[in-house]
Design a protein around this ligand. Structure first.
Ligand code: SAH
Length: 397
């Protein structure tokens, strides 16, 4: 095994915090040969062993730790253990038991950097985003089959971040064959089709499950505006919760089409209370303001405006913009459910942005609840970057 030897003083985050990433600037030298994804032994400058990591020569994240135990072998059995532990971890929480749509592996936070696995019924979709994860594809598939007993595994490794690792997109069936009927899950009483091949991420935004349920609980009798609705997850929960009217907006035609199809999958829901709009949210909110339209509750769940801290400034302006407009469109006492899934925007900054937005809109507002990703998206304490999704439920006077 090749050895990766760190620069003096650069062992701290690995040794003291067990942070799983080693940046290029921390690495002193590589002794021996290692190809992308190979396991290397990581040593401090004084040659103290720190653990074993996947080497990624093309990425700024030069290595990702698999283990901080210098003697733990990285082999098929390692992946079997880690995957079994991740799957078992989900059973601890009552809210996750029996969910048909469930994130089984949340990458670094489950001790498996670069590995994402989402379960939709008896199908598991994996996304491998790092050179190390890519290398261990077969072991990961074997571990998932063993831990879940699922019928089929599909790979959706077409995320842009693979490019940073020098990896090309890979998609297709890794185990079993495409099901003959469209895939769907039930989430808190609502049926939703999931397009694992063509949808966003692995097909669905499982991280918002609890927040969609909360919307359902808040919806009764309300005029609701759901911005960035994707396939209608929030919208359908609002209808199930007795909303008076739900207007949903997304700029993606296929997403809106899928949202309408999802509504049709739930004949008990009052379809006449749903309105769908394929439009740019930034423009639509301005148009509503012009038209003097008002709502009781507005959901703002935009895409990642800031993939990294480098984009934080521009992203902050975009978040501010939609949140100002959101506040302006609320009736007195209305609720704003507002989110950021940008890794580059921390919770504190997000709260400041929303505070600034309420102020600019000339409204007093208070946080009535803090919102986060569902429990199947755990955040390892050693990896605060894992807490990408943050939200605020704000009441606007
Ligand atoms: N709330 C959704 C997930 C939202 S993902 C859920 O619970 O499933 C973000 C969505 O924003 C995507 O569907 C994307 O198509 C849409 N989008 C991105 N930019 C947009 C824009 N400027 N205007 C409207 N929709 C946009």
């Amino acid at each position: 095994m090749a050895q990766l030897i760190l620069m003096p003083g650069k062992e701290r985050s690995a040794f003291k915090q067990h942070h799983p990433w080693l940046f290029a600037g921390s690495v002193g030298r590589l002794e021996g040969r290692a190809r992308p994804g190979d396991t290397v032994e990581v040593l401090a400058d004084n040659l103290r062993p720190l653990g074993r990591a996947a080497y990624s020569p093309q990425s700024q994240i030069r290595a990702r730790f698999w283990t901080f135990d210098p003697n733990e072998a990285i082999d098929d059995a390692f992946f079997k253990r880690r995957i079994a532990a991740a799957v078992e971890r989900r059973q601890v929480l009552p809210a996750l038991r029996g969910q048909q749509g469930l994130r089984l592996i949340h990458a670094e936070s489950d001790g498996l950097p670069g590995v994402i696995a989402d379960q939709y019924g008896d199908t598991v979709v994996v996304q491998l985003t790092s050179a190390g994860a890519d290398k261990w594809r077969n072991a990961i598939v074997a571990g998932l089959l063993k831990a879940t007993g699922c019928a089929r595994i599909y790979e959706r490794s077409d995320s842009e971040v693979r490019g940073l690792e020098g990896l090309t997109p890979v998609t297709g069936w890794l185990h079993g064959e495409a099901p003959t009927t469209p895939l769907s899950i039930e989430e808190n009483g609502v049926t939703l089709a999931v397009d694992i091949a063509g949808g966003h991420k692995t097909g669905f935004y499982l991280d918002q499950r609890d927040n969609r349920q909360l919307l359902g609980q808040l919806a009764a009798g309300k005029e609701i505006l759901n911005c960035f609705c994707y396939t209608g997850g929030f919208s359908l929960q609002a209808l199930a919760g007795g909303a008076a009217h739900v207007l949903s907006i997304d700029s993606s035609g296929p997403a809106i089409a899928q949202a309408k199809a999802n509504l049709a999958l739930n004949p008990a829901l009052p379809a006449e209370r749903a309105e769908w709009l394929e439009a740019d949210v930034f423009q639509a909110l301005r148009d509503f303001r012009q038209a003097g339209r008002k709502f009781d509750l507005i959901v703002l769940d935009p895409p990642k405006f800031a993939p990294s801290a480098a984009h934080a400034d521009r992203a902050a302006r975009a978040y501010k913009d939609i949140n100002v407009l959101g506040c302006r469109l609320l009736k007195p006492g209305g609720l704003l459910m507002t989110y950021s899934c940008s890794g580059g925007i921390g919770l504190e900054l997000f709260q400041k942005i929303v505070a600034g937005a309420a102020h600019d809109a000339g409204r007093e507002a208070r946080i009535v609840q803090r919102l986060a990703g569902a429990a199947d998206h755990p955040v390892a304490l050693s990896f605060p970057e894992g807490e990408y999704l943050k939200g605020l439920l704000v009441q606007v006077d």
